[in-house]
Design a protein around this ligand. Sequence first.
Ligand SMILES: CC(C)(COP(=O)(O)OP(=O)(O)OC[C@H]1O[C@@H](n2cnc3c(N)ncnc32)[C@H](O)[C@@H]1OP(=O)(O)O)[C@@H](O)C(=O)NCCC(=O)NCCS
Length: 173
Amino acid sequence: MTDMDLIVNLYDLPADVEADPRPALAEKGIKIKRALAADKSDICDFIRREFSRGWADEAEKALMNFPSALYIAVYEEKVVGFACYDTSALGYYGPLGVDKTMRGKGIAQALTSICLKAMREKGYGYAIINAGPVEYYIKRLNAKIIGDHNCVFENLIVEPVKPDRTGEVIETL
Ligand SMILES: CC(C)(COP(=O)(O)OP(=O)(O)OC[C@H]1O[C@@H](n2cnc3c(N)ncnc32)[C@H](O)[C@@H]1OP(=O)(O)O)[C@@H](O)C(=O)NCCC(=O)NCCS
């Protein structure tokens, strides 16, 4: 299975995504912040350690946008989650990741809520997500699958596997 592209209507977000997620997280000692360049090393070290170098590079790109398109979750003065948009292509949301020990607390939901509303504020009507956990986005955002491809990422040094037209994965193109 390759990654899927999904689309989310930013003007029809579920009520719990539309709501401000920060008060509930603050009660658990977790803050969501728009990332600043001065924290780049700490953030990218976290992403490289927990996820991948490629995701750290994408986050760095988002951080260098004005305004920063990278949001982080902070717990006990440490980065425990991140999400960003407009990284490899404009209008794309992601990557998104939460520290394994901090999952299930609503951190991804909060990061997603804040990022998608920031995208809407920037002027987008829809966000595209190259996922990953397709069921998560369908369940949380009412996202719709629009494709089964990795076109945006085909210029990577190691190209993603592409499906054929029937949706079955073929190894080489
Ligand atoms: C997916 C991820 C970001 C969720 O983070 P989180 O902070 O635990 O998410 P939340 O607390 O907001 O939501 C947890 C809910 O999502 C569900 N969920 C988590 N991962 C899921 C998946 N892959 N598929 C379906 N549902 C999923 C959980 O079952 C839970 O459901 P519940 O609230 O009904 O019990 C996290 O598991 C992660 O970092 N995964 C690895 C990186 C990844 O896949 N990122 C997405 C890249 S596009």
